[in-house]
Design a protein around this ligand. Structure first.
Ligand code: HEC
Length: 118
């Protein structure tokens, strides 16, 4: 019983140390971690590109279903060219929209970090 009480006390003390305000939820800090395909890039591609660029419907003859496919398209300059065009440019990707700036920054940083997979 004494032990349980101490554990709860310790947990509460630790919890009170992490001070999360609503401001902390807005991700406007510079990217300081190394960007990896599996954890950082794939979620962007999956939600923003795969509906058109998949193995069954490869818009522009480009499927981005795998690491290698997306890496090649980024390495040859096509992806960066298309995601950084101005709003209103018919070549801007994703077609009919624009990536949030943070997603563009993550892809640019992935390039700088050397296209790491995992
Ligand atoms: C609503 C469908 C759609 C979505 C979503 C979409 N694309 Fe596309 N994409 C197309 C079509 C159609 C083409 C071919 C016409 C053209 O070149 O603009 C294309 C072409 C491209 C090309 C040129 C390929 C080449 O070899 O010239 C790139 C690069 C590209 N898309 C990247 C992306 C990326 C990156 C995303 C996600 C951020 C994305 N697209 C999302 C439909 C889409």
């Amino acid at each position: 019983m004494k032990h349980t009480f101490f554990s709860i006390f310790a947990a509460l003390t630790l919890a009170s140390c992490s001070n999360t305000s609503p401001d902390d939820l807005v991700d406007d800090t510079p990217i300081t971690t190394t960007i990896k395909y599996t954890t950082d890039i794939f979620p962007i591609v999956e939600s923003q590109c795969l509906s058109c660029h998949n193995d069954n419907s490869a818009s522009g003859n480009n499927s981005y279903s795998s690491y290698t496919q997306f890496r090649n398209a980024t390495e040859n300059g096509n992806v960066i060219d298309r995601i950084t065009r101005s709003v209103g440019d018919p070549l801007l990707m994703p077609q009919g929209g624009q990536l949030p700036q943070n997603s563009i920054d993550i892809i640019l940083q992935w390039q700088l970090d050397g296209y790491l997979e995992n």
